[in-house]
Ligand binder design. Structure first.
Ligand code: F6R
Length: 602
């Protein structure tokens, strides 16, 4: 949700550093982009469209300065356009500002500035900041004072970086929007997310809410909200720059789909012990079994939460999954000893953070199931369980969803009230152990590509599943609609006859997930027959046990495995279907229209 970058100390490589950082951050927004370099004056270039539009303009412009900031935008206030692109400047062009977040009182501030004669040149909330700074500078404030004074007038969520002509410093602040510093020997960086500067350094400082930072050629300083200098911890991140490239794949999404065997191995490593038949999660050593669990999550992560509730019910712990954006408004009671778990790959989703804060303010213990060490969710929650999936750049979540399903299994076994029955746990551990290899088997299967050819041009696509496969049906449809822009819906298989069946025709393929041969599978088979009778092409995602082949037009096979791991495999088949259909339609797979990864506004 907007990406910001800044660097000092890169000399003649400043522009290149900013552009390469922005290209890594493009997943956060791609409506427009811009950069500003401070020297005696300011050079600012910005352009509507994806980053290559900016790069073309930069190629024809002479820019100088070794203190620079940049921005890639996901529109909130004002449509995508050159004028709404960041950096925003004051009237005289002495201050340039990039912002991620929402300034809630911007209208009030804008009215005040306009009454004083300031002419605004954009529709954004962000533009008030350079004008506020310019006003202070005119009144004799130093650049630092002007920045602090401007920030003190803002309400809302923001990560902001500013440069001032003639000052060799980047001024930055964080409030409810991510901002991290990168510390190298002779160069310093700031960004919305670590991968933006991972090429240069792995040493990072995660700013806390309310903290200010200054980056200068001769060093960096972090101040608390009262202006006192602090001594922040410098952490070293484990991710490497190579992990943030496409490694020869056409799209990050395809790369990340193919990384799933590795991601799952990393998630399980050292946490399941086949010999003793146990699950150990070091991070959760001090977590007691709660009386109930509430999950809060959005989008794909919400589907992982739905899966998680079923597992917790199996071990006898009451559990509910809430869409994070609905959590506070539906006022769910919080019985004593309830654990509230935020499932969020980025750890920065505003709706999820807000739901976690709501639960925390009502006394609940909180846990973040996240992929990003140092993320807001990880730092604010009482506990954090890391997915270890490696960086995910494609907007559509793939490897992090598979890792969430595995992470949830670890959490549930950790919480199981009376210790896990040995035989049951051993068979789960075997399923988890085999999972990376089984995922690889699915990845090696080219049937999804062939099926896409057959179904191309259909009117709508439906996905059905039951039990643990219901969240996969929802996820299959979400992924499909998100990157193909085709109409897709997921349903609980049993719900079809209560309404959605009216939509089913010979031009609406139905993907049905059915594994095993128990009562549940037999019921789903019944639902498959219902859609088949209406002429819909049926694609079965199956381990073959339910003899679904007789009723299905096409079959996407998955290896036979534990009932808790088969949803992961079924989902990989559906990821491939979505990917190949989107590729065939020529869609912008890594950057679907109107979307952004890490949604940091509510
Ligand atoms: C869909 C997708 C989104 C995210 C959602 C929550 O492919 O990626 O639906 O799952 O925005 O994001 P996190 O997990 O970062 O909180």
């Amino acid at each position: 949700m907007c990406g910001i970058i800044g660097c000092v100390g890169r000399g003649e490589e400043t522009v290149e550093t900013l552009l390469s950082g922005l290209s890594t951050l493009e997943y956060r927004g791609y409506d427009s982009a811009g950069i500003a370099l401070a020297n005696g004056s300011l050079d600012v270039v910005k352009k509507q469209g994806e980053l290559d539009a900016l790069e073309q303009v930069v190629a024809t412009t002479t820019l100088s300065g070794s203190v620079g900031i940049g921005h890639t935008r996901w529109s909130t206030h004002g449509p995508p356009s050159d004028r709404n692109a960041h950096p925003h400047t004051d009237t005289e062009g002495n201050v340039a500002v990039v912002h991620n977040g929402i300034i809630e009182n911007y209208q009030e501030l804008r009215d005040e500035l306009e009454r004083e004669g300031v002419v605004f040149t954009s529709d954004t909330d962000s533009e008030v900041v350079p004008h506020l700074m310019a006003r202070s500078l005119h009144e004799g404030a130093s650049p630092r004072e002007a920045f602090r004074d401007a920030i003190s007038q803002l309400e809302g969520s923001y990560a902001i970086a500013a440069v001032v002509a003639g000052a060799d410093t980047i001024f930055a602040v964080r409030q409810d929007s991510p901002l991290v510093l990168g510390i190298d020997d002779d160069a310093y960086y700031l960004a919305s997310d670590v991968p933006a500067f991972l090429e240069y350094t792995r040493d990072v400082v995660y700013l806390e809410d309310g903290q200010f930072a200054e980056l200068r050629a001769d060093g960096w300083t972090v101040f608390d909200h009262e202006g006192d200098e602090t001594t922040p911890t410098v952490d070293t991140v484990e991710w490497s720059a190579e992990q943030t490239g496409k490694s020869g794949y056409d799209h990050f999404m395809l790369k990340e789909i193919n990384e799933q065997p590795t991601a799952l191995r990393q998630c399980l490593s050292g946490r399941v012990d086949e010999v003793s038949g146990g699950v150990t999660v070091d991070e959760l050593d001090d977590l007691d079994t709660p009386s109930a669990v509430q999950f809060v999550a959005c989008g794909t992560s919400y589907h992982a939460a739905l899966y998680a509730t079923t597992l917790l019910h199996e071990v006898g712990i009451p559990a509910n999954a809430y869409l994070a954006s609905e959590y506070a408004t539906t006022h769910p009671p919080l019985p004593n000893d309830t654990l509230v778990v935020g499932i969020t790959q980025s750890g920065e989703t505003a709706d999820t953070l807000s739901a976690l804060r709501n639960a925390e303010s009502r006394g609940a213990e909180t846990l973040a199931l996240t992929n990003v060490v140092g993320s807001s969710a990880a730092r604010e929650c009482d506990h954090a369980l890391y997915l270890r999936a490696g960086p995910e750049i494609g907007v559509a979540a793939t490897k992090t969803f598979s890792s969430q399903l595995v992470g949830v299994n670890l959490l549930v076994e950790r919480l199981r009230p009376s210790g896990s029955p040995t035989g049951e746990l051993r068979s789960l551990i075997a399923g988890l152990r085999d999972l990376p290899g089984h995922v690889q088997q699915v990845l090696d299967d080219s049937t999804a590509l062939e099926i896409v050819d057959e179904l191309f041009g259909a009117e709508a696509f439906f996905f059905i599943g039951r039990g643990l496969h219901y969240p996969v049906a929802l996820e299959g449809a979400l992924k499909f609609k998100e990157i193909t822009y085709e109409h897709a819906e997921g349903f609980a298989a049993g719900e079809l006859k209560h309404g959605p069946l009216a939509l089913v025709t010979e031009n609406t393929p139905v993907f049905a997930i059915v594994t095993g041969d128990d009562e549940e599978a037999r019921k789903t088979l019944g639902n498959i027959k219902e859609v088949e009778a209406r002429g819909a092409p049926v694609v079965a995602v199956t381990d073959g046990k339910a003899e679904v082949e007789r009723y299905a037009d096409y079959v996407l096979e998955i290896p036979e495995t534990h009932e808790r791991t088969s949803p992961v495999l079924a989902n990989v088949q559906l990821q491939l279907v979505a990917y190949h259909m989107a590729a065939r339609l020529g869609r912008s797979i890594d950057k679907p229209r109107n979307l952004a990864k890490s949604v940091t506004v509510e």
